[in-house]
Design a protein around this ligand. Structure first.
Ligand code: PLP
Length: 381
């Protein structure tokens, strides 16, 4: 059975071109980038080329990019690194109620270590309340961390405005852009972003590679002690092949962003129209206006989302009932709760996220299967 994959926000399939560039660094080019002989130097060169490509996709300087093992590590480093480096100045951080667990659980950890965290809410569309954000700022606030785009409902935050609010108050601004990079244009300089997290496996590079942008001059504590790699800020022999993969994925995404967005938006909108035509009683979660082009999150009233996901899987269809991190976990989605979704709609929410490998024919198949499954009543118990 063919797999029809609509879970590109959970992870993406690695692109052939990415694998091709990685392969030598998993085989013949096995040198350690810190070594002085030629295969070491080749590895070093590959890492630095990848750094340039990653920097280019967000418009920063290559030396402002630090490679990490994933988006979660980038988030941990940004939050803990800034909190500990500024603890004499202040111990208050602001984030939002709809962040990924990589941020929320890092904040929880910081709270256990004497830091204070305030959580700004969102409106029913899934957009941060800027007035509330301003009111949460205190004299001891050192960091605001707000995600660029949400992983469950795809809503895009007013990043430039948030950065302005932060800077007006002399506060650093970090954004978790794991879902945004490679999907929407990002310019850290123009947008006033001080720190940004990204991850390879959301943009057709492998899992287990991420990067953190930190604006030059910003002091932060390193997260990993050990050797002198990454300007002494992130120890560990560089994961050369994965870094090369991330660089290639960024290069591809950067070259073709407009067409890619158009393709995803086209598939997503086509899917939504077909669903509306064929399936009654649906509800869209989050605004359609400020949203990632490939995201749709729909509640199918009266249907249990886990049951529906299992039934879809029988037909080779992969989708998600919220964020991948919460699959298998029946607790309510904190994002849907934050936008005020009633519990019956929350239990029936499905996220479909589109990617480069999807076709219109995949969408036709999805809608056909969905409408057939939904016509038959699903036993909820
Ligand atoms: N932040 C967001 C918004 C995410 O969607 C994810 C992964 O789903 C992460 C952070 C964590 O990234 P990684 O899986 O690379 O640790």
């Amino acid at each position: 059975m063919d797999i029809r994959y609509f879970d590109n926000s959970a992870t993406t399939k690695i692109k052939e071109e990415v694998l091709k560039e990685m392969f030598p660094y998993l085989s013949i080019q096995y040198g350690n980038p810190s070594s002085i002989y030629s295969i070491g130097r080749n590895a070093k060169r590959a890492v630095e080329e990848a750094r340039k490509r990653v920097a280019a996709i967000i418009n920063c300087r290559p030396e402002e990019i630090y490679f990490t093992s994933c988006g979660s590590e980038s988030d941990n480093t940004a939050l803990k690194g800034i909190a500990y480096a500024n603890k004499e100045k202040g111990k208050h951080i602001i984030t939002s109620k709809i962040e990924h667990p990589a941020i929320l659980n890092t904040c929880e950890n910081l709270q256990k270590h004497g830091f204070e965290v305030s959580y700004v809410g969102v409106n029913k569309d899934g957009i941060i309340n800027l007035e509330e954000l301003k009111n949460l700022i205190r004299k001891d606030t050192v960091l605001i961390s707000i995600m660029f785009a949400n992983n469950e409902i795809g809503t895009i935050q007013p990043i430039e405005e948030i950065a302005k609010i932060a800077h007006k108050n002399n506060i650093l601004f970090h954004t978790d852009a794991v879902q945004a990079v490679g999907n929407i244009p990002i310019d850290v300089e123009k947008m006033g972003i001080d720190m940004l997290s990204l991850s390879g496996h959301k943009i057709y590079a492998p899992k287990g590679i991420g990067a953190l942008y930190i604006k030059k001059g910003i002091e932060f504590e390193r997260f990993m002690d050990g050797g002198h790699q990454e300007k002494n800020k992130r120890a560990g022999t560089e994961n050369v092949a994965q870094i090369v993969g991330l660089g290639k994925a960024c290069q591809i995404a950067n070259q073709d962003l407009e067409n890619y967005q158009e393709k995803l938006r086209g598939l997503r909108n086509y899917c939504l129209e077909k669903i509306k035509e064929n399936i009654p009683n649906i509800h869209i979660n989050g605004t359609m206006e400020k949203r990632l082009p490939g995201n749709i999150n729909i509640s199918f009233k009266g249907i249990d989302s886990n049951e529906l996901l299992f039934r879809l899987d029988e037909f080779g269809i992969c989708a998600s009932g919220g964020s991948a991190c919460s699959s298998g976990d029946n607790s309510p989605s904190h994002v849907l709760t934050a936008i005020g979704t009633p519990s019956e709609l929350e239990k029936s929410a499905i996220r479909f996220t589109f990617g480069d490998f999807n076709t219109k024919e995949d969408v036709d198949y999805l809608v056909k299967v969905l409408s057939e499954i939904i016509k038959e009543p699903i036993d909820l118990h």
